[in-house]
Design a binder for this molecule. Structure first.
Ligand code: SF4
Length: 477
């Protein structure tokens, strides 16, 4: 049995705290599975992962193991899918791993979510998207209960409202750069319009307290039919060259075209694997995993959440075989109801609780944000800068509305979706403006019910969102 720290046990008296534990009877089978490989050539065995998750993790991060309230769902309970344990291991060790990588000379660059990160890694940097920034910052705080962890998260957000603006959603994790919670060397996102939070954050950085220590560089992303204009592709390719040159200025090395071409190939493998896993997953009559694991698997092809593309790729390769077997054997996933209502999520940065959706008779089968860049495979022949720019400027999510709608409808049909949720945070200017137009097109072209829900600014009122989602599940079931 995993030990829960004594001060947590004491603070739990009377509050019926319950902690998730990995069952001992899966250990033998799990430790026979593959090692995780890392970018620096090191490896960790499955036995070491098991040891960490059952002895170190519960002591360092009891909040992640807390299953006692409505927020449940941080760790997947599907323990027979080795992917879930290894993914959790990588998330829990983010602080140690990133600190080590930084000490090995890899600069930390803050980037925009939903974009590929090939050029940052080609130049030897670590591209930290908003979610990963938050994970790193929070993994530095050990021994917190669920409530303590939530309160600290709230306090971080309040600092962001003060430092950036109260008009934005402040989900992008910029406060961790502003406060120096993670040792970023550069703020250098693609300036795709999708996220107003990143726009406000980068602007605030110009006069922020760390602007003299953390370099600002914008990778200028042209808009409006950008993928069809040769000048726009060349212009963005030049921006990527400038980005790589600036990272080279930090590392002291010279990144070559071959370095970029190699990195594109590596990331393409991740993107292809996620697309193949999605095709398998969607082909099954019964969902082969729960919704949380589906999202983690589909999104891992972006290879940026763990700050180590080699590690992400290593667990994704192994996971594909498990999904193939589950689909072939007609596996039924615990907690997912027969004939569950299949939901597709559009918009940015809001997700209902997968387990609560499944209890209500639904399951989330896909989402557009981030899937857009993963489904875009970069051409591996020719000038890597030009081909990368061409691919990045063609992301469906960043296209004018008719094209974004057309691609979204294709995903909805492939995933056999019964209903579409468009979700966004308060303060998300672009997605809130486009929501009505997009769902009207989806309804007209796919003929499925849709709903738009704006989420509030805090992390504590998730029930507001969930009860609306559950009512929608009831409607489409
Ligand atoms: S909800 Fe919108 S504005 Fe906020 S971080 Fe996400 S994309 Fe950006």
């Amino acid at each position: 049995m995993n030990e829960i720290p004594r001060h947590i046990q004491l603070s739990s008296v009377g509050s019926e705290q319950e902690y998730f534990r990995y069952p001992e009877d899966i250990r033998e089978e799990f430790i026979q599975t593959d090692d995780i490989e890392f970018r620096d050539g090191s490896r960790v065995t499955a036995a070491e992962v098991w040891e960490y998750l059952t002895t170190v993790g519960p002591v360092k991060f009891p909040n992640l193991y807390d299953t006692s309230n409505l927020f449940t769902g941080r760790l997947s309970r599907d323990v027979t899918l080795p992917f879930t344990l290894k993914h959790n291991y990588l998330l829990m060790t983010m602080h140690e791993r990133m600190t080590k990588a930084k000490a090995q000379g890899h600069p930390i660059v803050f980037v925009q979510g939903g974009q590929s990160v090939d050029p940052y890694y080609a130049a030897g940097a670590i591209a930290l998207r908003p979610a990963s920034t938050g994970i790193w910052a929070r993994r530095q705080r050990e021994g917190l209960t669920r409530n303590q962890d939530e309160l600290e998260g709230q306090q971080d957000k309040q600092k962001a409202y003060n430092a950036i603006s109260f008009e934005v959603c402040n989900s992008a994790g910029y406060e961790h750069i502003q406060e120096g919670n993670v040792p970023a060397d550069m703020v250098a996102p693609y300036t795709a319009l999708r996220c107003s939070d990143v726009s406000y954050g980068t602007e605030a950085h110009r006069h922020g307290p760390r602007s003299d220590q953390v370099k600002l560089l914008l990778v200028d992303y042209p808009l409006d039919h950008q993928k069809d204009k040769d000048w726009a592709i060349r212009y963005f390719a030049d921006n990527v060259r400038r980005l790589i040159k600036n990272i080279d200025g930090l590392t002291g090395r010279t990144t070559t075209e071959d370095d970029l071409a190699r990195e594109i190939k590596l990331h393409n493998e991740g993107r292809r694997l996620s697309v193949e896993i999605a095709d398998l997953w969607w082909s099954a009559i019964d969902p082969p995993t729960n919704g949380k694991d589906r999202r983690d698997l589909f999104q891992l092809g972006g290879m940026e959440v763990h700050g180590d593309p080699v590690a992400s790729l290593s667990i994704l390769r192994e996971a594909k075989g498990y999904i193939e077997r589950r689909v072939r054997d007609g596996h039924k996933t615990k907690g997912v109801q027969d004939n569950a209502a299949r939901l597709f999520v559009c918009g940015s940065c809001v997700f209902p609780n997968d387990y609560r959706c499944e209890e209500a008779g639904g399951i989330i089968v896909g989402n557009d944000n981030h899937w857009s860049d993963i489904t875009t495979i970069i051409n591996e022949s020719g000038d890597p800068y030009y081909e990368l720019a061409k691919g990045v400027l063609s992301y469906p999510y960043e296209q004018p509305l008719p094209e974004r709608a057309k691609w979204t409808v294709e995903q909805i049909k492939k995933s056999r979706t019964d209903g579409v949720l468009f979700l966004y945070k308060w303060g998300c200017n672009t997605q809130s403006a486009i929501a009505r137009l997009l769902v009207d097109e989806i309804k007209a072209q796919a003929g499925v019910p849709t709903i738009i829900i704006e989420d509030d600014m805090t992390r504590t009122q998730t029930e507001q969102l969930q009860n609306r989602v559950n009512a929608f599940i009831e409607m489409v079931s």
